[in-house]
Design a protein around this ligand. Structure first.
Ligand code: AMP
Ligand code: MG
Length: 421
């Protein structure tokens, strides 16, 4: 396991007090490791889990050539240019029942979608194109090419091929794919355990009586939601007030039980409380100033084997730093295959003030226009405590480090919330 100093030495121009937002990911990817324990789970329990090993297809899907349409199957070598073809119907092939018998030249078989294509037949005329007279059908001239409307054996998956790769998330479509292979259980990474608590003497738990200068703890619930949607096992530790004994007990318990610890509050330079003191005393922790807005201060490191993410206290900064840095690191810890997060391009409807020299994240609402292009409108107040403007937004506009002011109509990058926030 590398110490923070080892990692710092590997990174060109690492400056904890003026860290580029792009360098944070580099640092964190060196700090964290994937869990190694795996579990065999029932397919219904596998949704949103992470596949623990490559899944090799034990069978071909589909297992035989079959019809893609309801219609008439025949030997397509009989198709000629510019000529209709008349065929005699000699039977019916239904899905799930293989047709027994021979189909000769000049003959065809009525066939249903999914029915096995008998030997020698390779083309299906959809029933809506067929001219039918008694037991004869006519294939209109130039209506088909040989091989049309036939699904080939193994066209989805060939026996022995890799159906899914280790580290892939088990989405609804992936569950269907696994089931199509006849598998009822699957090997997944164990869930990541993440403990979290809010710090600060001014933070009230729900149910406490309001008092002057105090605010209700919102970060606890935001972090709970973000972690739960990621599929983590959460260890909720509530609010820990600014008392060295309580903080030490909380950090120690969290480090003993969890793979990662997320705290909010108490990490900025001016903080007078014990949060930073305890982090430093109990772990190997760096205190960063990131060139970004919102979310400048952040503490990162380890307490025993648990990775620590000390997020700023402002509710919007919590969401932004989680999305930009913590989430990719947790995905790596969950065993997810690295995947670049695609940003969407949209034209800003409004001018946006932006200072070069820091990455800015602004809340925006992306929508489509009549011509099919995308536009994004920043939501009103961009203050780092204004949660309501995150709720209105459907993504974060990411304005890069060197970027200056944005004029109305300029194209910007957007990180969509997409069920994450
Ligand atoms: P800090 O990072 O501790 O200086 O906190 C920055 C701001 O965020 C302060 O106004 C805090 O009151 C507020 N804040 C800190 N933690 C929370 C929390 N858990 N819920 C809501 N607001 C918070
Ligand atoms: Mg504070």
């Amino acid at each position: 396991m590398k110490s923070l100093d080892d990692i710092a030495a590997e990174l060109q121009g690492y400056d904890p007090l003026a860290l580029h937002s792009a360098d944070v990911g580099q640092f964190l990817s060196r700090l964290v490791h994937s869990v190694t324990e795996t579990q065999q789970v029932d397919i219904f329990s596998a949704l949103d889990r992470v596949l623990a090993q490559d899944l090799i297809s034990p069978i071909s899907v589909p297992p035989h050539d079959n019809s893609a349409m309801d219609g008439y199957a025949f030997d397509g070598t009989q198709l000629g240019p510019d000529a209709a073809l008349t065929l005699k119907v000699v039977g019916t092939a239904l899905a799930g029942q293989a047709w027994q018998g021979a189909v000769s030249a000049g003959e065809c078989l009525r066939i249903m979608t999914g029915a096995v294509m008998p030997e020698g037949l390779d083309t299906v005329l959809p029933q809506e194109l067929a001219g039918v007279a008694g037991d004869q059908i006519t294939v209109p001239a130039n209506a088909l090419r040989r091989g049309d409307n036939r699904r080939l054996l193994g066209e989805d998956l060939l026996q022995g091929s890799t159906a899914l790769q280790k580290g892939e998330p088990l989405t609804p479509a992936a569950l269907g794919l696994i089931a199509s292979l006849g598998m009822a259980t699957v090997s997944v990474m164990r869930r990541l355990r993440v403990a979290y608590f809010s710090t600060g003497n001014e933070i009230l738990s729900l149910g406490e009586a309001p008092r002057e200068g105090a605010v209700f703890d919102s970060n606890r619930y935001t972090v709970f939601g973000l972690l739960t949607r990621l599929g983590c096992e959460v260890i909720d530790m509530g609010v820990v007030h600014d008392d060295p004994v309580l903080l030490e007990a909380a950090f120690t318990q969290a480090a003993n039980q969890a793979d990662a610890i997320i705290t909010s509050g108490g990490v900025s330079v001016g903080e007078a409380d014990y949060t930073k003191v305890m982090m430093k005393q109990l772990g190997d922790v760096a205190f960063w100033k990131i060139a970004m807005r919102p979310g400048r201060p952040m503490a990162v490191g380890r307490i025993n084997h648990a990775v620590l993410f000390g997020l700023p206290g402002n509710p919007v900064a919590v969401i932004v730093t989680f999305l930009a840095f913590v989430r990719p690191a947790l995905l790596q810890m969950m065993g997810r295959k690295p995947q670049p997060q695609p940003l969407l391009k949209a034209r800003s409807t409004l001018a946006i003030r932006k200072r070069p020299g820091r990455t800015e994240y602004q809340r925006g609402i992306v929508s489509g226009t009549a011509d099919g292009s995308l536009v994004v409108q920043i939501t009103g107040n961009q203050g780092s405590g204004v949660l309501s403007s995150v709720v209105q937004a459907n993504g974060l506009i990411v304005l890069g480090h060197a970027q200056g002011n944005i004029a109305a109509g300029d194209e910007v990058d957007v990180m969509m919330f997409d069920g994450v926030v």
